[in-house]
Ligand binder design. Structure first.
Ligand code: G6P
Length: 372
């Protein structure tokens, strides 16, 4: 088993470090010489893909957060209304889906029963279903109209890390492909994003090189009882994923919030010493979201919070109200989750390790939940 872990202490540690490769592999072979996206495996009729008027992403757990990121990207690039729903909620609420709906089922294992049931239900309603999956020949891709595989390699640790980032990449590819196919006027932006995606593995390697800061932070927080995560725009699903990782691995109460929601309730939780992570949008983001999140940091800091800020390199404005800043390389706003998630993964893993917990097999959890 030691050899399988490639010299790392756990599968989780290895899988976190596998992420640059997982992303490079998920991108590999998906563009032609001219830089155009070619998704040969997407054998759904192009005319069908051109006629869809709604996308619904269904998934569970971490995969559902990948879907949340996808919503921001796909709606922006394709202008197709996109919803994300937990598969078990979708299945049992009589959702409006028909021949013009594209359902995207995201699942690492391809065997999550809740997601399988959602796929079956969608197809019964006439929807086309595309699976985004990490496991060849598993049930979800077999029962879908087409499959877009993530090439993250086997994920052994129960809590998902490299599969998550790969799912986000596959969702981007799907969105960019649809934008290209539907001849959106954003084609320059599509090309630019594809180039930026290719640069992500190297940037991720840099995030991993800087892990010591996060490790030290985690070890200093061993006795923490509760951690809050705030994010906005694509940082919101990242915040929720950061909270989920901490619950799963370290058994610490954690919650992810949309930063804009803070004043509508969660701010009541802030007290002296409360640990709060804030995922800051890129400076070039839309509609001065950056400034809005800075004022959120200020608000929680003024009430005594210990503020750990994740921001892009060069963002000096965040320093003033941050107890600590974790910098990640610059990338376009919509791609930022591929970088900002990683310090949160490392934080959860290291905190769990400091508490002496088994990070590969947390209590009560299964890698793949094959019952409803
Ligand atoms: C389980 C795992 C999670 C995973 C979820 C969905 O609950 O513990 O880590 O995110 O299932 O799994 P899937 O294989 O469908 O992505």
């Amino acid at each position: 088993a030691a050899a399988e872990k490639g010299g790392f202490d756990s599968f989780m540690d290895k899988e976190i470090h596998d992420q640059p490769q997982a992303i490079a592999d998920t991108l590999l072979g998906r563009m032609d010489a001219s830089g155009k996206l070619v998704l040969d495996e997407m054998n759904v009729d192009e005319s069908v893909l051109k006629s869809i008027d709604k996308i619904v992403v269904v998934a569970c757990g971490t995969a559902a957060y990948a879907g949340q990121v996808a919503k921001y990207a796909i709606e922006h690039w394709c202008r197709i209304p996109t919803e994300v729903e937990l598969a078990h909620e979708f299945r049992y609420r009589d959702p409006v889906v028909n021949e013009k709906t594209l359902v995207v089922a995201v699942s690492q294992s391809g065997e999550t029963m809740d997601t399988i049931m959602a796929v079956r239900h969608a197809r019964q309603q006439g929807a086309k279903v595309i699976a985004i999956c990490n496991t060849y020949g598993s049930t979800i891709p077999r029962e879908s109209d087409a499959a877009l595989y993530t090439h993250a390699g086997p994920e052994v640790a129960v809590a998902s890390t490299k599969a998550f980032l790969s799912q986000i990449v596959a969702c981007y590819l799907l969105g960019l492909y649809l934008a290209q196919l539907r001849g959106n006027k954003f084609s320059d932006e599509v090309q630019a994003i594809l180039t930026e995606l290719q640069a992500i593995p190297d940037k991720l390697a840099k995030v991993l090189e800087n892990k010591q800061q996060v490790i030290d932070l985690a070890h200093s927080q061993q006795d923490t009882q509760s951690v809050l995560f705030l994010g906005r725009h694509v940082g919101y699903p990242v915040a929720m994923e950061g909270a989920l990782k901490l619950k799963e691995l370290a058994y610490i109460h954690a919650e992810g919030f949309a930063a804009g929601e803070l004043k509508h309730g969660p701010i009541a939780l802030i007290d002296d010493g409360q640990l709060v992570f804030i995922v800051v949008p890129t400076v070039r983001g839309r509609d001065s979201l950056h400034a809005k999140v800075i004022s959120n940091i200020q608000e929680v800091r003024a009430r005594g919070a210990n503020t750990i800020v994740i921001a892009e390199e060069g963002d000096e404005a965040v320093r003033e109200y941050a107890s600590e800043v974790i910098y990640v390389p610059r990338t376009p706003t919509l791609l930022a989750p591929l970088l900002t998630t990683v310090p949160l993964q490392i934080f959860a893993m290291e905190l769990a390790t400091a508490k002496g917990l088994n990070v590969d097999q947390p209590r009560n959890l299964a890698k793949s939940v094959t019952v409803e």
